[in-house]
Write a protein that binds this ligand. Structure first.
Ligand SMILES: Cc1ncc(COP(=O)(O)O)c(C=O)c1O
Length: 422
């Protein structure tokens, strides 16, 4: 079988499934032993694994079609451009953006948020203006706003969270009423798994004419996202958390906002004409895509989107929700285990602490049993400060996990306790 036949077969197989069952075999990296045990991969919030459909699509592009995009008259450049732009169409459909011009390729969520902070917010901010975020944000949705506040004299406001890890909506609304210029908020918390009730928040923000950026890094692989239904102004996410390659991500922005924004970076591809007298900028979305882009990354992301569409995001969300409830219940049964993050509405993630065992020690012991979790502050230091802990252990699910994985996690925690004589 050629590589392209095999890619098509994987895509057909994925498309023929009605749900998410039995998809584990699509992910070659999962089929290995670590320290003599079959791998249980529960670090999906950091980076998920890639299905064969993505790996082969990228390999096929690198092997047969690689060339620079947009500027060539030769066949390979045409093929590369077609695949790169075709992926944009797939991504537009996946999040239901109104137009392909609203889909900007970036290197990931981090760059998407920095782009909005610098290009949309910086020119409109004056000393005393306010930007609002919440207490559960990833550093990527904190530091870019601190930078723009330093640059402009604006002030950063932080909406509080409660003990369960939910954003305090009343407090957030009262901050919104205090003359905020921008609200930047997660869709799903990476440290706690809390799902933020975006529809009511966005409706309230818009009633006060406050634009909203959503950090969707932890939402897109787990719950259906429809940017038109949400009516958010910007939505940022990363390829590597949704079964695609690293180094590629997306900024969705409403066309009228993107259109009015100055370019974020200057260089090739983002211009129409350059002379020493001045430069005219390219149309959307190219105005924000200076230089040679991550072509293979975009093509891989397109393949990841096709994979998720075939799995059906409603089915993925239902399946993972059930699994998360099972995981949280099983973890809660472990004597001495404290769940961190118990919001009523959650996706994918459960943080926890086990007695006084340091999370890094716990992670290392679990690794020796083939169980991969993440430990530390999860780039959410303010969340750790809120709970008065230096870090947590975090297990995070993806569509290929199952109850056996959870049982292995719980068994390995029992072993860890034995090692510590507990
Ligand atoms: C909620 C959230 N926002 C932003 C990021 C940053 O994503 P990236 O490193 O892909 O830019 C992450 C990564 O963990 C995240 O979980």
């Amino acid at each position: 079988m050629t590589m392209s036949e095999s890619t098509n077969k994987v895509t057909e197989l994925a498309a023929s499934r009605s749900g998410v069952e039995h998809c584990r075999g699509d992910f070659p990296c999962l089929a290995q032993d670590i320290s003599g045990h079959p791998l249980v991969y529960l670090d999906n919030a950091a980076s998920s694994q890639q299905p064969l459909a993505v790996i082969q699509k990228v390999a096929e592009y690198q092997s047969h079609d690689h060339a620079n995009v947009h500027r060539g008259v030769h066949t390979l450049s045409h093929r590369a451009t077609e695949a790169y732009e075709g992926a944009r169409d797939l991504i537009q459909a996946f999040i239901n953006a109104g137009s392909r011009t609203e889909i900007v390729y970036t290197s990931g969520t981090t760059e998407s948020i920095n782009l909005v902070a610098q290009s949309f917010c910086r020119p409109m901010l004056s000393p005393g203006d306010k930007i609002l975020i919440s207490h559960l944000e990833h550093h990527s949705n904190i530091v870019p706003w601190q930078l723009v506040c330093e640059q402009t004299g604006a002030e950063l406001l932080v909406a509080p969270i409660n003990e369960a890890g939910e954003v305090e909506i009343d407090a957030l609304f009262s901050y919104l009423q205090s003359g905020v210029k921008m609200l930047a908020i997660a869709h799903v918390s990476n440290a706690l798994g809390s799902v933020i009730p975006l529809p009511e928040i966005i409706e309230k923000a818009h009633s006060l004419e406050v634009p909203v950026l959503v950090d969707g890094a932890q939402a897109v692989p787990h719950i259906p996202v429809d940017v038109q239904a949400l009516d958010c102004d910007f939505y940022a996410f990363s390829g590597h958390k949704m079964f695609g390659p690293t180094g590629i991500g997306i900024l969705f922005g409403k066309e009228k906002l993107l259109d009015a924004m100055p370019p974020y970076q200057g260089g090739g591809d983002m211009i129409l004409e350059v002379s020493f007298a001045g430069t005219t900028y390219n149309d959307l979305p190219y105005k924000f895509e200076a230089g040679t882009p991550n072509i293979s990354g975009a093509i891989g992301l397109g393949a990841a989107v096709r994979y998720l569409q075939a799995a059906d995001m409603e089915a993925v969300s239902r399946y993972e929700h059930e699994l998360l409830v099972y995981m949280s219940e099983q973890l809660a049964e472990v004597d001495g285990l404290r769940l961190i993050g118990t919001a009523a509405n959650k996706a994918s993630v459960q943080s926890f602490l086990l007695n006084d065992i340091h999370p890094h020690d716990l992670g290392t012991i679990l690794d020796h049993q083939g169980v991969a979790i993440r430990t530390g502050h999860h780039c959410a230091m303010p969340v750790m400060e809120f709970y008065g802990v230096p870090g947590t252990a975090r297990a995070s699910l993806a569509l290929y996990n199952n109850r056996d994985d959870i049982d292995r996690l719980v068994a390995s925690l029992t072993t860890a306790k034995e090692i510590f004589g507990q």
